[in-house]
Structure formats: C-alpha cells, structure tokens
Design a protein around this ligand. Sequence first.
Ligand SMILES: [Zn+2]
Length: 311
Amino acid sequence: MKRLIFTTAIILLFTNICFGQSWLSRITGVDVNLNNGTVSIKPPDVTAIPPMLQNLPKDVGQTLLNPAAPILASAIRFSKGQAQNRGTQPIPQNIKQQLSKYFPQHILESTSWTTANGISIDGMLKNWLNQEGAVTLDNVICFSSVELTTNVELWAHELTHVLQYDQMGVETFAFVYSTNWNSLEGQANENASRIIQNINSYNQGNTQSWTYNIASTVGQTQLTWENVNKQAKLSIPPTDCIWVNNQNNTTGNKCPCSILVTGVIMKRISDGFVTTMPCNEPTCLFPAGQSGPLLSPPGFIITGVTAAHQY
Ligand SMILES: [Zn+2]
C-alpha cells in the first residue's frame, strides 16, 4: 500500500513537472528537451496562457486581467534605465564567440552589461542579484562584480533570461517571474548547464551531443501585455470575478478589470424556483474592484449572475 502511494506520488510529481514545462516552453518558445538531447527556440505562443493559469491559484491568475502591467515590470524598466545612464558594455568577444551557437544572433548583439554598483535594485530583483551574482533587466545584465563576467555558465544563464524577456516582453516576463519565478530560473539553469556540457564535450574533441535549433523567425514577434490580457479574458470566466454575499447583502467585482453583469440568477425562497432576470441598468457594469449593495426582490434570494468581459 505504502509503495502504491509512493508510486502514485511520483507519477503525480512527474506529470506536474511535464505539464509545467510544457506551458513554459510554449510561452517562452524555449524548449530544453533532456530526453532527446535537443534545445529548440521558436517564437512564443500566447495560447500557453490558459495552461499557465491552471497552475496558479485563481486570485493570482485573475491579476493577469489587469490592463496595467505588474509593478515588477516598472521596477525592471527603472533599474534598466539607471544601468544604461551609467553606461553599459557589449558582451566580451570571447564569451560571445563561445556562446554564438547557442543563442540567436540578435540576442548576442543587443545585450549589454554593467555592474550593479550604484543602481537601485529593489525587492525581488535584489534577491535575484544576491542569489545568482547577476540580475538581468530586459537586455542589460548587471553583475555583482566584474570578476563574474568571465563565468561562461553565468553568462549562458543570464542570456537565457534575456531570451525569455525578448520572447515574452518585459510585462509578461514580470508576471511569470512574480508568480512562478522558479519556472524561469529552472529553464535558465537547465539551458546553461546543457550549454556548458556541450562546450566541454566539444573542447575534449567529442562530436556535439546536443542539437540547438533556433528558428529563423525568432525575434520577429513578442508577446504583448495586451495580447496576454485578451488571452486571459478568454480563459477566465467573467462570473468568477463577481461575488455575491447574501449575509450582508453586498456584491462586487474582485477582478482588476470591468465586468458587465448581464443577468441576475434568483431563487424563490418558497419553492426553490430559479429564474434569471436580465440586467441592463448602467449599474450592471462593475468597474474593477468595485463593491456595493445587493438588492433582492421580496421573496427571492440572489444566487449568482451571468456576466461578460468588456473588450
Ligand atoms: Zn536566473
């Protein structure tokens, strides 16, 4: 019995890992396949948003409906601006040469670096810097010390983050990082360690054990926050946003976007008869986060609503 439970747990864990990798691979376009020994980089796929949402708690997923980008995105842009004002340098030639087979050309050309000294890096980004010795702000890599800029594996790791930004855009990157940072870190670790293995094997005279496949269309499209918003609206039911509290006769919209309540579902207390009354007053449009009184007709209790997203 114990063994069965153990096996089931392993299978569940395995399924989770596979599932997690599949949405991340699709949204970043970066697919590190350990079994096949291949890495492929394709344009990002916005339809990976629904499976990503399934992996998140409902309230966290609903933040993806917000037309305003995550706060972390502003922090990334702000710190990047400071780094650029201080002056950045291109990737050292010998590093670029070693990594030229593993990253698209435009990534190696557009990335620059500096040290993190004197740049205000807060919260989550500070943790990132402390843990890795470098933090990637879109296409600017800030190293905690100049000595670390000779570390090829660290470059490969941070350049994977540059690629993730390039594919997803700063806003979507910030969302995924603030809700599921370990998925992006896992991908960067995996890609970097495979690159180093491949370089070492090649330097020892072996033929290349890993295949890198970079689609020629990579770099031409980037996910926008607007696209991601739209995709989230397709997968998050608008009725999930509206809450109804019959105890204290209040109702509201817990989502960060407007919701149009199209109908009110009511149950007659005497016999349980259920009916939906169309809602077409101006008050049927619930702005983001709004709450207010709930008015039930005499003898009825409101049990729910029908609703629609605003596009
Ligand atoms: Zn990292």
